[in-house]
Design a protein around this ligand. Structure first.
Ligand SMILES: *Cc1c(COP(=O)(O)O)cnc(C)c1O
Length: 373
């Protein structure tokens, strides 16, 4: 029993999702359709924005928004160094130049002081990342970007349910994109959602993700511009609809376990906690700790040997070979990106999901305390 595998993450799915998928199968309408429209509607109702455009992933959704805002070769898009590389890949996909910047030292997301030195006449977009579900303080960023005509997009892949001052992540920017990958807080297997209040941008995204179709008459489509296929099937959307009804419960289950970790680790030494501002309601995407970077990877390996699936927090772009070779100014990355480097090298995430039991959490904490001592 005590050497049972403890997973990092488990999707909260079951019979309700199976039933919803069965209904879609019985309808024989498997492609994008009624369930997708309903999922978009209910999702944006939750986030608090006007339009939702379902896509195949967060990555494809970011690419879609960049195309719909006509960002292309020659344009610069500011991207934080500390993120999952998909953020920068989407920028490269449209031919634009990612300008990679450091993050803040407190919870490793961008703020205005990170952005300001990197804005040039070619800056078209700031692509913020609420990485690990951590909040970004958008008001100053929007105040900075608006008068300069810079579009603010949020990679909100991990952030569904995180709130700052009562406002949901994804509701405070020009466009935000969520992920429904199975490791995120809610899932459709794979999938994503663009959220925006901009009518024109929403229309552009909807058309572009559906082959550029601008109208249908008597079953015949009109093609007016370039498009592609990033549609979300009714099958995926039906899973998403059920997941959405469970979202608050999922966050509560995570929160309860995060608090239990806090209690169990109260007296631990050699480990730092990441504190979020008072006005934040965190979605508990993960349970992160800052540990000694010299021993972090060994710590993860030792936990894994003991069947506890610990993991790093996220990536630093500047040390990934593709970005290193692609971008200039990376040679002294540690000096250019001190906070991102620290986050990349020091964060350790512990398992966090609804199936985690109190004895499992005790085992995780006792093992961790024994290893860091
Ligand atoms: C998971 C993740 C992505 C990728 O999401 P997909 O839906 O798998 O494309 C992008 N950015 C961040 C910050 C992520 O955590």
């Amino acid at each position: 029993m005590s050497d049972q595998q403890i997973y990092l993450s488990r999707p909260f799915v079951g019979e309700d999702e199976v039933r919803a998928v069965r209904e879609v199968f019985q309808s024989l309408y498997l492609t994008e359709g009624r369930e997708t429209r309903e999922f978009e509607r209910r999702f944006v109702e939750y986030i608090g924005v006007k339009h939702g455009i379902a896509t195949t992933s967060c990555t494809s959704g970011i690419e879609l928004v960049l195309r719909a805002t006509n960002i292309h070769a020659g344009d610069e898009v500011i991207v934080p160094d500390f993120t999952y590389p998909a953020t920068a890949l989407a920028v490269l996909a449209v031919g634009a130049t990612p300008v990679i910047v450091d993050v803040s030292p407190d919870h490793f997301v961008v703020d205005v002081s990170c952005l300001r030195p990197h804005v040039t006449k070619n800056t078209r977009c700031i692509l913020c990342v609420s990485n690990l579900g951590f909040p970004v303080d958008y008001e100053p960023i929007m105040d900075f970007a608006r008068p300069r005509g810079i579009v603010v997009i949020e990679d909100a892949a991990c952030s569904v349910g995180t709130c700052t001052h009562g406002k949901k992540a994804g509701s405070m920017v020009d466009a935000a994109v969520f992920s429904f990958h199975a490791r995120k807080v809610i899932t459709t297997g794979e999938g994503g959602m663009v959220c925006t209040n901009d009518d024109e941008l929403a229309k552009r995204c909807s058309e572009t993700k559906n082959f550029g179709v601008t109208g249908v008459e008597a079953g015949r489509q009109t093609f007016e511009r370039w498009g592609t296929n990033l549609k979300m099937s009714n099958i995926s959307a039906a899973i998403g609809l059920v997941q959405l009804t469970k979202l608050e419960r999922i966050i509560q289950e995570r929160e309860k376990r995060a608090q239990r970790y806090d209690d169990l680790l109260r007296d631990i030494t050699g480990v730092e906690f990441i504190r979020l501002p008072e006005h934040v309601r965190y979605n508990h995407y993960c349970y992160p700790l800052l540990v000694n970077p010299k021993t972090r990877d060994q710590l993860i390996a030792s936990l894994r040997e003991r069947k506890i699936e610990a993991q790093i927090g996220s990536y630093a772009l500047h040390v990934q070979p593709y970005f290193e070779s692609l971008l200039e100014g990376m040679r002294d990355g540690e000096a250019v990106y001190p906070n991102s480097t620290r986050a990349f090298e020091s964060i350790l995430q512990l398992p966090l999901h609804h199936e985690l039991t109190p004895p499992q959490q005790e085992r995780v904490c006792q093992t961790l305390i024994g290893l860091v001592r």
